[in-house]
Design a protein around this ligand. Sequence first.
Ligand code: BG6
Length: 468
Amino acid sequence: ENESSVSITVVGASGDLAKKKIFPALFALYYEGCLPKHFTVFGYARSKMTDAELRNMVSKTLTCRIDQRENCGEKMDQFLKRCFYHSGQYDSQEHFEALDKKLKEHEGGRESNRLFYLSIPPNIFIDAVKCASSSASAASGWTRVIVEKPFGRDSESSAALTKALKQYLTEDQIFRIDHYLGKELVENLSVLRFSNLIFEPLWSRQYIRNVQLIFSEDFGTEGRGGYFDNYGIIRDIMQNHLLQILALFAMETPVSLDAEDIRNEKSHTRGGVTHPGYTDDKTVPKDSVTPTFAAAALFIDNARWDGVPFLMKAGKALHNRSAEIRVQFRHVPGNLYNRNIGTDLDQATNELVIRVQPDEAIYLKINNKVPGLGMRLDRSNLNLLYSTRYSKEIPDAYERLLLDAIEGERRLFIRSDELDAAWSLFTPVLKELEEKRTIPEYYPYGSRGPVGAHYLAARYKVRWGDLG
Ligand code: BG6
């Protein structure tokens, strides 16, 4: 095992994701001693670059959590020595054959294992998979390919993509990333639920009134208008990140923690400054009707969740950046203290908040007596704030996911039937919105989003927990 080699080829090495996430994550893994002894990193892209230029680029974009640490510079130099660059077209067998040669040199006759990270636009995806798998597959060990969304734009295009991928790769070789599944608190969701008696029995319509999945960002689509306008917020965030969280939240108990068992269960079921508006962005068509905010109510058709609204909202250019899960519990029947709570009974129910980011935390709102001679109740938090409870830094989602891919752990990756199920939920509404060219409700940059989100929630007698 020690004598086998692992190479990681980042296809699309000069792109945004590679610079912001993939290289920093690889470096963090190296720093932590998690990469195998014989590893090599290759950047692959069309532009001409020398190894030295790639190293320079990688060192400059090092934005990972490690850059404040001791020895960072030294470790960085060691890491960079293992990074190389190969320039080539994404659809050229010949260029991938040349890469294959270089990889072989680095493998030096050891067992070869190759991971390709495709960080390229969907229109060149299949060509690259074809070339990589036919001209640069590992001769002896495994070959795996990590792919990033967008996985199509609806059920049909996604199915076509899957079909094309499967011409060249088996399902076992395909690692579909949803980086939200690599976030610490999303991973913790199952632990919280399945290993705590005070939560597990409550996880159903009997005790839960509604569940909210909220994503907000305090910046717009700056620089990514071209991509974003083609997809919109429903495809960018809801159909994948929020729906994945919903599936993990609501699934039945998996038979075991095995990847296939978990994936089986899931598939069942900045103010003050003036910012340019969305269509002021030069990369966005003036008459665009692509939504940058969306809210939705979903229901799960099984006995556990009958009638419980799962509300999602996701938006760009809002007042804050956050991602959280809010679980609002039912009222205590015949609560003895109702009259001490005040008029707003809704505000007095328990709420469990799982804050995925920033400032990771889990807190539970409970009713408590305000100290003093009178009898007045208020809602207070039992608070688990990660930064005070745990001294260890939280790894970036990409670190966990890359390591899992290297180790062949599939639990946090999306299987093709899960992807089909996710698309089948959103394709009809996407089609309808697009056919009718529905004009989205406007909201100012840096606001809390359009009022329509409140009306939607009110229809299900829900109040968004993040708005107080
Ligand atoms: C990506 C979306 O998947 O997730 C982006 O394409 C979004 O639009 C990003 O900004 C958010 O990720 P994170 O980890 O910063 O919350």
